[in-house]
Design a protein around this ligand. Structure first.
Ligand code: ARG
Length: 608
């Protein structure tokens, strides 16, 4: 089953070929003038140049070839040689019936399914989530769902940050503050016994409080920083006391993070950490060495990834400027002997290759890490752990405050995921009450609905922008039931649900018709069917460009088309066959809207 746009495109391409013009010029696009036509082809202009003919002549010849195609109500030439195509009502009705009968509401699957890993979210032990993580989670979740829906085999992995310098910082800070914990760590480190249940006293709140302090101190106090580095290196050799305490950190953080992510409708298939590739690092380093890729650099070991002639200018602390290779080398082993962020990323590429063998890994991470990924990918290609094109970083802009800088709380801190969720939830409750929605719902259902409204608001506000674009965090606007917002879309979906419920009740009571075959007569019906038809094109665009905003746009357009249809085409009062047709259109719209929203990571309530 193909969409009308492709089917028509093929017919027009064949007509171009039949008159000796390059067929690809026959491409059709949705009409700029929906009042005059449904689709148009502008190819006659280019064909005229190639064939040294008059464009109107070409257009007329093409139109002649298309005469008699039963799917077309009219073919007209406009202006210098635009071909305007209007579909026959019956062709629209056929397509509507096909979409109605399709559980996927007109969505195709890819011809060749691939194995894909989406690396997204990227939360860390103790380090609070910042807005970059929020976007990574929202965009990554949508891309994961979209790829899976199109037929690929997809794994979403959180790539939990649990093995870096921040672990050493935190272990030191907790030991400084909690002598009982420190005593147990030291006893175990020394090979003795220790009661690890002592570590239960270390709470998430402790970590939240201590981490920023320790991070700040590590920046100014070099002794403090060196100690943290040493602890990190010792942790990475699994020194037992540190390792036991670290397990506590990892576990308390993960439980809380998983809960917050889940509230946001973000759920990972794999929750692997940087630490999970620990066992691969030594053999990897040995292998990289054997391949001649490792270079000693002042006690550290690096891989040079810049090619001949790739350089950048760099300013030294003394103010002088030198030319150095660019990108920077990958730091594989630090001078303390520890594995770095890039080291675990490289080992993870190896791990994923062994565990799953992905055709493509999509890293959905803040644009500010673009250089990091360029370096890691190059190293992976040099080492033969992946081939060019198998690793792709898709970056994104930031969510900004009204000052145009990455969003911060009023106190100037990073906004924690849980606080954001609570903030959005509070606003959602308020909005529902103001709008007089959900008044008759039992308290539990009201809460669940508020949760869905909150998630829809946050996610839609993010996903309606192309990911490269930054946007301003404005909860009031995101949460409005009017305009291009998540709550507006939920409201539309709920409205369709209530129409269908009412119709079902009547049908049960023997008074009304159930759904029946679609017929198309009114302009608003045409428009709705054409919008339903455009679903697959939106999916294809979102998939190819890794850009969920194409899908967000479609969901919004569909809601608008439905609104117009509902305002102009009475359903319940129509005569039985028309009513049945319109109910089918309503049910099909709902299915497609819910599918699209689900791919954005948004779920709809039953009522409001
Ligand atoms: N934990 C990292 C951070 O907070 C993000 C991880 C992204 N994924 C990756 N494979 N490096 O910056």
């Amino acid at each position: 089953m193909s969409d009308l746009k492709s089917v028509l495109g093929e017919a027009v391409e064949a007509a171009f070929a039949a008159i000796g013009a390059p067929p690809e010029l026959g491409r059709v696009t949705p009409s700029d003038r929906p009042d005059l036509a449904d689709f148009q082809s502008n190819g006659a202009l280019a064909a005229a140049k190639r064939l040294a003919k008059n464009p109107r002549e070409i257009a007329t010849a093409v139109a002649e070839k298309l005469q008699g195609d039963p799917r077309l109500a009219s073919v007209e030439i406009a202006g210098p040689g635009f071909i305007n195509l209007k579909l026959a009502d019956a062709a629209l009705a056929d397509r509507a019936n096909a979409i109605a009968a399709d559980p996927r509401a007109g969505a195709e699957t890819v011809a060749h399914a691939r194995k894909i890993i989406v690396d997204y979210g990227g939360p860390n032990v103790a380090k609070p989530m910042h807005v970059g993580h929020l976007r990574a989670s929202i965009i990554g979740e949508s891309i994961k769902r979209l790829y899976r829906f199109r037929g690929d085999e997809v794994i979403g992995d959180a790539h939990f940050g649990d093995w870096g310098y921040q672990m050493g910082l935190l272990i030191g800070a907790v030991m400084d503050e909690q002598p009982a914990v420190a005593a147990v760590v030291e006893a175990i480190n020394a090979g003795g016994e220790g009661d690890v249940s002592t570590f239960d006293a270390v709470s998430l709140a402790d970590l939240d409080r201590l981490y920023p302090e320790a991070a700040a101190k590590g920046k100014t106090d070099t002794d403090y920083r060196d100690r943290a580095r040493k602890i990190t290196a010792a942790l990475q050799t699994k020194q037992p006391g540190y390792y036991a305490l670290w397990q506590r950190f990892r576990d308390v953080t993960r439980v809380a993070l998983e809960r917050d992510f889940h509230a946001l409708g973000v759920d990972f298939d794999w929750w692997k950490g940087e630490s999970d590739v620990e066992h691969l690092i030594q053999p990897m380093v040995a292998e990289l060495d054997a391949k001649g890729l490792l270079v000693d650099d002042q006690g550290a070991r690096i891989i040079r990834v810049a090619r001949e002639g790739e350089t950048k200018k760099k300013k030294l602390p003394d103010g002088s400027v030198v030319t150095v290779p660019s990108p920077d080398p990958l730091l594989v082993v630090s001078s303390e002997g520890s594995a770095m962020y890039g080291t675990t990323d490289l080992a993870t590429i190896l791990d994923r290759k062994q565990a799953f063998g992905p055709d493509l890994v999509i890293y959905c991470v803040d644009q500010r890490q673009a250089d990091h990924f360029e370096i890691v990918f190059r190293a992976a290609y040099l080492a033969g752990y992946a081939t060019e094109g198998q690793l792709e970083h898709i970056g994104f802009g930031t969510m900004n405050g009204t000052d145009g800088k990455p969003f911060k709380t009023r106190e100037g801190g990073v906004l924690k995921l849980n606080d954001l969720i609570q903030l959005a939830l509070g606003k959602a409750r308020e909005r529902l009450q103001e709008a007089g929605l959900g008044e008759n719902l039992p308290p539990e259902e009201f809460e669940a609905t508020a949760g869905k409204v909150a998630v829809a608001a946050l996610k839609f506000a993010d996903l309606q922008n192309f990911r490269g674009t930054s946007y301003v965090f404005d909860l009031d606007r995101f949460m409005s039931f009017e305009g291009k917002t998540g709550p507006y879309l939920l409201y539309q979906a709920v409205r369709v649900k209530s129409i269908l419920r009412r119709a079902a009740q009547e049908a049960e009571g023997g008074e009304g018709a159930a759904q029946g075959p679609v017929t198309v007569t009114e302009p608003a019906e045409r428009d709705l069917v054409l919008t339903l038809d455009a679903f697959d094109a939106a999916l294809t665009e979102a998939y190819d460009k890794k850009a969920p905003n194409a899908l967000a746009e479609h969901a919004y357009r569909l809601s608008q088309s439905f609104s117009k249809f509902y305002a102009n085409c009475p359903i319940m009062q129509a005569e039985p066959a028309v009513k049945a047709s319109r109910l089918t259109l309503a049910a099909t719209t709902l299915r497609q809207l819910e599918l699209a929203l689900d791919l954005l990571g948004v779920s709809t309530p039953e009522r409001m």
